[in-house]
Design a protein around this ligand. Structure first.
Ligand code: NDP
Length: 251
């Protein structure tokens, strides 16, 4: 992977870096970054294990405890971090939750909780990180969306709508900030083996696996490898793209 024209990330920020996809991204990014900051909400032990792995890769690890159900306080925390940290030139906007329910059973509380984390706090991360990058005239952001933004499956209306919003943000931010040497792309994972799927009954999992041409769920490292590519100069002309990584499920 090549980094020469741009230089390795000085400081990468990964929201939701304590587990799953975010943890895999943070550990891989540590091999090319000077510092890697991860946010977590409850998983303090896992977050400190990820921090150890970041240090093993030779990068400085920064842990930020933050509850993204409160976009206002997350914004204040992020402001303080961006002020203290020096240039943050790579952001993986990854933290997200799912509250699956059939359309007629979904509640306003579920809608609000999912949108607070996946949309409002993502927007806060995007706008504050991007403003900071504009000052530096450089930066890259990867939003972790989902195939649920455009694939239709029962129970996923609220989650899918939240990820569709993230897709729209990706295109608009890329359009408006591309000329300022800032690239913003999104990855739309299919089903990836993480705790997010822990509550999915085996029968439902088997049903989805039958719909995946590669007949298996992906691993967090599949997403992290694409994040590494997007961080590198090999992705220099990629901006505003929504990249599916789903074993062919959306084909
Ligand atoms: P996990 O549930 O394994 O991890 C979620 C991460 O987000 C954790 O670090 C968690 O912190 C953090 N987080 C969750 N809620 C909050 C909150 N309210 N405030 C702060 N942090 C929070 O999820 P995945 O790794 O599977 O998913 C990562 C992203 O990928 C999400 O945006 C998800 O929607 C998306 N995605 C996942 C797919 C999958 O199949 N796994 C498929 C498509 C998209 P803590 O550990 O402290 O709770």
């Amino acid at each position: 992977m090549s980094f020469p024209a741009y230089g390795s990330p000085n400081c990468a920020l990964v929201t939701g870096g304590s587990r799953g996809i975010g943890a895999a991204c943070a550990v891989k990014l540590a091999s090319v970054s000077r510092r890697v900051a991860i946010t977590y909400r409850h998983s303090e032990r896992q977050a400190s294990e990820v921090a150890d792995q970041i240090r093993e890769q030779g990068a400085e690890a920064i842990l930020i405890q933050a509850d993204l159900t409160n976009p206002q306080s997350w914004g204040e925390q992020l402001d303080a971090f961006l002020k203290e940290s020096g240039p943050v030139d790579f952001v993986v906007n990854n933290a997200g939750i799912s509250r699956d329910n059939l359309c007629l059973h979904a509640t306003l509380e579920e809608l609000e909780e999912v949108f607070r984390v996946n949309v409002f706090s993502s927007w806060v991360t995007l706008t504050k990180a991007a403003s900071h990058m504009v000052e530096e005239s450089r930066g890259r952001i990867v939003n972790i969306s989902s195939i649920a933004a455009h694939e239709n499956s029962p129970g996923r209306s609220v989650y899918g709508a939240s990820k569709a919003a993230l897709t729209a943000f990706t295109r608009s931010f890329a359009n408006e900030l591309g000329r300022m040497n800032i690239r913003i792309n999104a990855i739309a994972p299919g089903f990836i083996n993480t705790e997010l799927l822990a509550d999915m009954p085996d029968k439902v999992k088997d049903g989805y696996i039958r719909k995946i041409p590669q007949r298996r769920f992906g691993e967090p490292e599949h997403i992290a490898d694409m994040v590494m590519f997007l961080a590198s100069d090999a992705a220099d002309y990629l901006n505003g793209s929504i990249i599916p990584i789903d074993g062919g499920m959306s084909t």
